[in-house]
Design a protein around this ligand. Structure first.
Ligand code: DCP
Ligand code: MG
Length: 350
């Protein structure tokens, strides 16, 4: 387990940073994204300038304005953030497909088997941060460690726009000084209980044997026992963004019009649905996707928006979009489904 290399990436002030990138006039002003005070809205996030005034996520907007009268509150544009998140994920995919998103702006990457940079997770993390900056104009913070728990703590360590690495031989010293609040799953109530026992740091929690922990914390004892020692065996479970199912046909004679392409859809569609019916208990459909290979052997793929359903009409629309990119004769058509794990299956993995 100490051989694992996990990177946790967390975008800095994500929604706010996207808005500042797209409107440079906002760059040096305190801004937040959220609902307006007169709508009884709350703050989703604030840029670092606004945070200096005490503006925080989940704070009522009227209170944020009180703390920072010049605060500019922008309405969220979730579609934009979702799209941004998807693009950032394509950067992750250059290094590994084992990517577990926690939210739009946060993900774990297991790079244990990556060969880039001679397998140096630190250099991979730096490169990812650099690319996100260069290609997207956004800053990200990264943590590198042998497990998820420590990688996530590490990404916060030098935030914003920072990197922090916890190597296997540093774990012991690192967790010794770590406040118990940093252990995931320890909320305010548990933290208070620990404080009343005189436990503030992981080193102090380490003094308790398993039996005693069980007495105070019940079924969570084993987890606490391990986590305060920096041990966390949870695997990075790849979100199935890349997991897809597809069927395709290569045609004997290239298809020379969009109409000819669309004529092929029903047959492909039936094959796809037939294949999907066999795995539908495990996988849910995230969105339809199509592929076109033109006679010059270039390939294009078109994905629909998340949560649109895989109807023939939707596939026809995607094929039309793809065809218009070239308007050349077509030698291969593919229909696919981007899949996700069913919720129950996902839960049963833990
Ligand atoms: N978010 C939200 N409501 C919250 C917390 C977060 O809507 N209570 C949204 C807005 C954030 C995004 O999720 O931009 C990511 O959350 P983070 O906690 O990672 O916060 P930020 O990325 O904004 O800031 P940081 O630099 O601290 O990561
Ligand atoms: Mg963030």
């Amino acid at each position: 387990n100490f051989m694992h290399k996990i990177i946790h990436i967390d975008m800095d002030a994500f929604y706010a940073s996207v808005e500042m990138r797209d409107n440079p006039n906002l760059r040096n002003l305190p801004i937040a994204v959220g609902g307006h005070p007169d709508e009884r809205g709350v703050i989703a996030t604030a840029n670092y300038l606004a945070r200096k005034f005490g503006v925080r996520s989940a704070m009522p907007s009227w209170k944020a304005i009180q703390l920072c009268p010049d605060l500019i509150i922008l309405h969220p544009n979730f579609d934009k953030y979702k799209r941004e998140s998807q693009i950032i994920h394509t950067i992750f995919h250059e290094y590994t497909d084992t990517i577990e998103p926690l939210s739009l702006d946060e993900a774990f990457l297991d790079v244990s088997d990556s060969t880039a940079f001679q397998g140096s997770a630190t250099l991979i993390a730096q490169e990812i941060r650099k690319k996100i900056w260069k290609e997207r104009g956004l800053t990200a913070s990264a943590g590198v460690a042998p497990n998820k728990f420590l990688a996530k703590v590490a990404s916060e360590w030098n935030k914003p726009n920072g990197l922090f690495v916890i190597s296997p031989d540093q774990i012991e010293a690192f967790v010794r000084e770590l406040p118990i609040e940093k252990i995931f799953g320890i909320g305010r109530v548990t933290a208070q209980k620990m404080h009343s026992l005189g436990i503030y740091l992981c080193s102090e929690l380490q003094q308790y044997d398993l039996m005693t922990l069980r007495k105070y914390f019940g079924s969570r004892a084993w987890h606490l026992y391990q986590l305060c020692r920096g041990i966390d065996d949870r695997p990075v479970i790849a979100d199935s963004v890349r997991k897809s199912l597809s069927v395709e046909s290569t045609f004997q004679h290239d298809l020379s019009s969009l109409e000819a392409c669309l004529k092929e859809i029903p047959e492909l569609y039936d094959r796809l649905m037939e294949r999907y019916s066999k795995i539908q208990q495990i996988y849910r459909i995230r969105k339809p996707i199509i592929k076109i290979k033109f006679s010059d052997f270039t390939t294009t793929t078109v994905e629909s928006h998340l949560y649109s359903s895989p109807t023939i009409d939707n596939y026809n629309a995607l094929i039309s979009i793809g065809w218009e990119r070239k308007e050349k004769t077509v030698r291969l058509l593919g229909l696919g489904l981007v899949l996700g794990l069913n919720e129950e299956i996902q839960l049963s993995l833990f």
